[in-house]
Ligand binder design. Structure first.
Ligand SMILES: [Zn+2]
Length: 151
């Protein structure tokens, strides 16, 4: 059940970042293709160069191709690093569950699951006394600080 919910969350979070990366990948691929074309023109011009002017043209195309290729590769690495950073910084949403049995005070914390809301009764009985459990809080886990949301 828990695994199920986790995979659901992952597929839910995927589309936004996927859209950005496919958009970026498309641009990078176009720039890469142009770079390869420029390098091919450079090679062709250099091989068939009859004058010094042709050699300059070949060098210019070579530089353009090399710079474009380097830029596209750099962008690819940069975007990959950003995606990784986003994954690390994504705050976890935590659900706290408390036993409703007075005097038990059993409190459990788990990852937020779809359908969780404050004051919702949980089907799973308390592991300590077997009493009814209720969600008492849902909050985002932010480094150092904890921000609570009163629903
Ligand atoms: Zn209990």
């Amino acid at each position: 059940m828990r695994m199920n919910n986790m995979t659901q969350n992952q597929t839910q979070a995927a589309p936004a970042s996927k859209k950005i990366s496919t958009y970026l990948a498309l641009i990078v691929m176009i720039v890469m293709a142009l770079a390869v074309v420029a390098l091919l023109i450079a090679a062709y011009t250099y091989v068939n160069a009859a004058t010094a002017e042709d050699q300059i043209t070949a060098a210019a195309f070579g530089v353009i191709g090399a710079v474009a290729l380097a830029m596209s590769v750099f962008t690819l690495f940069q975007s990959r690093r950003q995606v990784e950073q986003m994954k690390i910084d994504a705050p976890k949403v935590i659900t706290t569950i408390e036993c409703q049995n007075k005097g038990c005070n059993q409190k459990t914390v788990r990852e937020f699951q779809r359908g969780d809301y404050v004051y919702k009764e949980i089907d799973v009985p308390c592991t300590k006394c077997g009493g009814k459990q209720m969600i008492t809080g849902i909050f985002k886990e932010i480094k150092e600080k904890e921000k609570t949301y009163n629903v």
